[in-house]
Design a protein around this ligand. Structure first.
Ligand SMILES: [Zn+2]
Length: 325
């Protein structure tokens, strides 16, 4: 039985429809799981959800989009393709491909727990699964989202009461809007950086409702929470502010040393990825005959094997060494 996908250098290719999945190289036809820049390239035609198309347009010059709503089938050369919510950021999708040879699911980045601003994740069974395993180590078991949100709000309130401005650093797309939803929803005064606002406006068009918020101006940083792109944490402007409290939102916050590495007061493990337990639960839930792991730690393959799941690294070690030198 022929494989449904092949690895071309490190690109995932579906030969039956000549489609590449989340490839950074420009292709004729590419599936983009979500609009984070490490999954984007200016393919001639991009297959994605309508929300991903609107978000990707902000980052790419004009290109052609084949927009596919969740759970609708697209048929090409007797291959059936559908997109399934991945719960990572607005519009994020897993791709499910079915042929007479079997079925394949590719997750892209995903999170199985519900979020405030992304479509609810859905579990799709398939014969073969390619999954991201970013947080595939036991130390990455995140506390409940509610607990993290409460910590964020309590910290913000106590600092503002003492007249200390709070800076929240988060990915421009996805986590920043999630944080905005939490903070503005609690009725706290909040301003966001220009690009975060641009994306928030697109979220609003897709039905996400935020509380009131304003555009951040450098001269007005007092008496409010400011949400800034994560790369701002190291900017000279931020360092020059006299007295602020800095919060960074990242799953890597489970590591004690993260706050020193990122140069902030606290790192909250507020993540838009599945944690260790969610990854295992997802892998078992797909009932796949074979699971290929990507974007993670080598040890996770062994973890899945111990669970009785037939798992392999997507890119075998020898090949990794060959291409990453
Ligand atoms: Zn992502």
């Amino acid at each position: 039985m022929p494989e449904m996908f092949e690895l071309k250098k490190k690109s995932i290719h579906i030969p039956a429809v000549n489609l590449y999945l989340d490839d950074r190289r420009k292709r004729n036809f590419g599936f983009v799981s979500h609009a984070h820049s490490d999954h984007l390239a200016r393919h001639k035609t991009i297959l994605c959800t309508p929300a991903t198309a609107r978000l990707a347009e902000q980052r790419l010059k004009t290109t052609q989009y084949t927009e596919l709503e969740f759970e609708r089938f697209l048929e090409i050369n007797s291959i059936k393709i559908k997109l399934v919510p991945a719960g990572h950021v607005l519009g994020s999708a897993q791709i499910y491909i079915e042929s007479e040879n079997g079925s394949l699911l590719y997750t892209g980045d995903f999170r199985t727990k519900s979020s405030r601003t992304a479509e609810r994740f859905r579990l799709q069974k398939a014969d073969t699964v390619i999954m991201e395993t970013t947080f595939g180590l036991p130390r990455y078991r995140f506390p409940k989202r509610e607990e993290i949100e409460n910590r964020l709000l309590e910290t913000v309130k106590s600092k503002l009461e003492r007249g200390i401005p709070v800076l929240v650093f988060a990915y421009t797309l996805g986590k920043a809007q999630e944080a905005l939803h939490v903070i503005s929803g609690a009725g706290l005064p909040v301003a966001v950086e220009y690009n975060i606002m641009r994306y928030a406006k697109i979220y609003e068009k897709f039905g996400v409702q935020f509380g009131s918020f304003e555009k951040f101006k450098r001269s007005e940083y007092r008496d409010k929470v400011i949400i800034l792109p994560s790369q701002y944490a190291r900017q000279r402007y931020v360092a020059s502010l006299p007295r602020t409290f800095k919060i960074y939102l990242s799953g890597w916050g489970m590591d004690e040393s993260a706050k020193y590495r990122l140069g902030v007061d606290v790192v909250l493990p507020f993540s838009d990825h599945a944690d260790f337990d969610e990854l295992i639960e997802f892998a078992a839930g797909t009932e796949a005959k074979t699971i290929y792991c990507t974007h993670g730690f080598d040890d996770f393959v062994a973890v899945l094997r111990r669970e009785g799941i037939s798992a392999k690294p997507l890119v075998p070690k020898a090949q990794l060494e060959l291409f990453e030198v």
